[in-house]
Design a protein around this ligand. Structure first.
Ligand code: PEP
Ligand code: MN
Length: 348
């Protein structure tokens, strides 16, 4: 941290700031120019910069290192690859997760899993515990939903990602899912994050609706600091003044996160756009921007889905998107599941 004193700061003010910093447990290096004094502070990562900014004579406090440690590129320069069986998120291959917003029936989950697998997805997505804005909306099927999802994942050789909404559900969700999803609304549920630091399965951490990238990485830090190194970040759109889309899909977060952190980042263009017709272009953009994967809502009958039908792709749309990604990914030096079994079937 660097503390820049005001131009006319008195010696008394400067001495008081130095004394306060030492009292706070950090080392201070003073350098006085012709007009200003600047204090270099070593060991400031645990200090609240505002505590220093309000002291008399202080002009500005500048942080020079990020407040997160384990999540930062400086801590681990090479990319983290999260391994789920034979699936690797964060390596060369762009990994696609797809499936319904919610598990509804055995038939729906099974048919959707088959369709996304044939198109090239590696991981089935689907919620059994749903964080809905209204308490009157469909809340998910709980354990019955998890059973449907696991059966469908196993039947189609897919891994499974499913949301955990609170600490009390960790054990249950962990019995069925391969990856715990932390939803946008829970990005700042610090007790949940702390607990997920102790599990032995990866965590897909969605960005909060109004979270800065720094806050999001600090949330990842909770999980990493607890001892779980397998965090996958997920950009799912943020709330802005724009009303044309459900959220504003922040494509720029992808290269920003890549620069700041070693953690893999996937994109969720479904929640980002909120409209089926905009999911495909946003998915293309995310892969082009360097996302390590995608998580996409697909439903066999989206117009009758119990949640997020408007943003769910028809299986044929998803298959078409995968075909496009097979052109985009290699153009930026990435691989992707080479051919869909669906199109192989068609060409014969
Ligand atoms: C979901 O994945 O269905 C979901 C609820 O996502 P988010 O937490 O991003 O809103
Ligand atoms: Mn959804």
């Amino acid at each position: 941290m660097v503390v820049v004193m005001k131009e006319r700061a008195s010696e008394v003010q400067i001495d008081r700031v130095i004394a306060r910093l030492i009292e706070l447990g950090v080392d201070v290096h003073r350098s006085s120019g012709t007009t200003r004094t600047v204090l270099g502070v070593v060991g400031a990562h645990k200090l609240d910069p505002q505590l220093v900014a309000i002291l008399d004579g202080v002009h500005e406090v500048l942080r020079i290192t990020e407040p997160y440690k384990r999540a930062s590129r400086a801590f681990r320069p090479q990319n983290t690859v999260v391994t789920v069986g034979n699936v690797h998120v964060g390596g060369d291959e762009v990994i696609v997760m797809a499936g319904p917003c919610s598990a509804e029936t055995d038939e729906q989950v099974m048919a959707t899993a088959g369709a996304v697998k044939r198109a090239g997805a590696k991981i089935l997505r689907g919620g059994a515990f749903k964080p809905r804005s209204s308490p009157y909306s469909f809340q998910g099927l709980g354990e019955d939903g998890l059973k449907m999802l696991r059966r469908a994942a196993d039947a189609h050789d897919l891994k499974l990602v499913s949301e955990v909404m609170d600490i009390g559900q960790i054990e249950l969700v962990g019995r069925y899912a391969d990856i715990f999803q932390v939803g946008a609304r829970n990005m700042q549920n610090y007790s949940l994050l702390r607990e997920l630091g102790h599990v032995s399965k990866p965590v897909l951490l969605k960005r909060g609706l109004a979270a800065t990238i720094e806050e999001w990485l600090l949330s990842a830090e909770y999980i990493l600091a607890g001892g779980n190194p397998d965090v996958i970040l997920c950009e799912r759109g943020i709330r802005t003044f724009e009303t044309a889309t459900r959220n504003t899909f922040d494509v720029s977060a992808i290269p920003v996160v890549k620069k700041l952190s070693h953690l893999p980042i996937v994109a969720d263009p479904s929640h980002g756009a909120g409209r089926r017709d905009m999911v495909v272009p946003m998915a293309r953009a995310a892969v082009a921007a360097g996302a390590d994967g995608l998580i996409i809502e697909v439903h066999t009958d989206p117009d009758h889905a119990l949640s997020d039908g408007a943003q769910s792709l028809f299986p044929s749309q998803f298959d078409g998107l995968m075909g496009e990604l097979r052109i985009i990914a290699p153009a930026i030096g990435r691989s992707i599941c080479l051919e869909s079994t669906a199109s192989r079937g068609r060409s014969r």
